[in-house]
Write a protein that binds this ligand. Sequence first.
Ligand code: ADP
Length: 481
Amino acid sequence: LKHTGSRLVGRHEEEPESDQHSFDFKEFLKMLIPEIWYLLAAVVCAIGAAVLNVEIPLLLGDVVNVISKFTKETAENFVNEIKKPAIKLVTYYSLQAFLTFCYISLLSTVGENIAVRLRTRLFEAILKQDIQFFDKHKTGELVDRLTSDVQDFKSSFKLCISQGLRACTQTVGSVGSLYVISPKLTGLMVTVVPVIIGVGTLLGSGLRSMSKAANEQVSKSTAVADEAIGNVRTVRAFAMETKENQSLAQMSLLFGNVIRGLAAGARVFEMEHVQFSYPTRPEQVVLKDFTLHIPGGNVVALCGLSGGGKSTVAALLERFYDIDHGKITIDGYDLKQLDPTWLRGHAIGFINQEPVLFATSVMENIRYGRPDATDQEVLEAAALANAHEFITKFPNGYNTVLGERGVTVSGGQKQRIAIARALIKNPSILILDEATSALDAESERLVQEALDRVIKDWKSQFIKKEERTLLGINKTTRIRT
Ligand code: ADP
């Protein structure tokens, strides 16, 4: 309600963005003015219903008196005596139901009218914002404001006003009639009830803040689900499906440890007589009797026309799909024997044409490659990827939060963050799938420079301790190493 209240004024364009919006009562009252007649009619009906509510128990008392009198004595004039209070009671009940129906309908109409006005003004206000605003706020969040926030406001409005009205009129009426029956008991009630209400309010406000926190968590988890599902290839490529659903992580870690020793530095990568068609298109054979032999410590470029199957080779190496015939091995180990999660999480780094960045900090985006990496390791990976300099120029440096799908960074910067993310895994095999083809010349130069540095670094490491393979996939032969 707080949020919606501030949104409805439609003047947040000039206001600095802040999370602490206060409810604008003045604006709210202005919105109520056109509904004044409906509201007055609702108040009259509610007062009528409340008066009847106080009268009904007294009438019930009369009916009970007549009944108890005739159970003791003869039943001669029973019908005559009970007729009057009984008919009166039925009439009062009917009238009370009718008045309650009237005031709730009137308030619902007021709530609907206000919601329509609120939604229109909010929509107009959103459309007037500059593009920066849309970079900051997720589409889903804005649509949510239009739909569920306004809906929440409407429900709260109806609930508050109708219950408030009923509570006020009824309290005054009941206290009055109770006082006539017993002033002493009424006095006692008037002192005890406010204490109970006070405690209830305190508990209520505690619950409300918990519910707010829970709602925030729900929208965060919805955003994570949305990003994870929308970018499932990236999630898979970084073997993060286990992190995304927080389950079975320990098992894959165990298995990872067992085979880590085997493939710490890939010495040779081979594809032998591979045949493959995509499961959705079994009739189209993409790879037929395909062989490839890449010794460790080499940079290899796959060149060919678009649609020739270069990306497919990368997808197979990542085990996104299993081959129909033939064999793929790393250091002689059949890919099918290796745990795909370990393979993607530790052995292979993958950078494609359009890397996906998540709506979180630069630090977390890079750390996504290896969640246990220290801040220092993130910084080192960024430096190697030619990204450290521009990241430190961001307003919050490594803590800068990237917009929806990383829109606030340029293509070249995005690509270098993705390289850092792949490098932090310290993978044995690095696959670049047209990593620079979507960039302009300057960005391509910077990314290429980053890659050159990575290759140099790897080659020296390869000579020193481990063997590494670098598999480059490029549409043309413009590989520069
Ligand atoms: P390249 O990377 O050389 O441009 P790809 O490996 O992307 O080529 O594609 C090879 C062939 O496989 C193309 O004919 C393409 O249409 C088909 N293909 C690629 N991905 C899929 C997929 N997910 N499902 C079905 N067919 C696909």
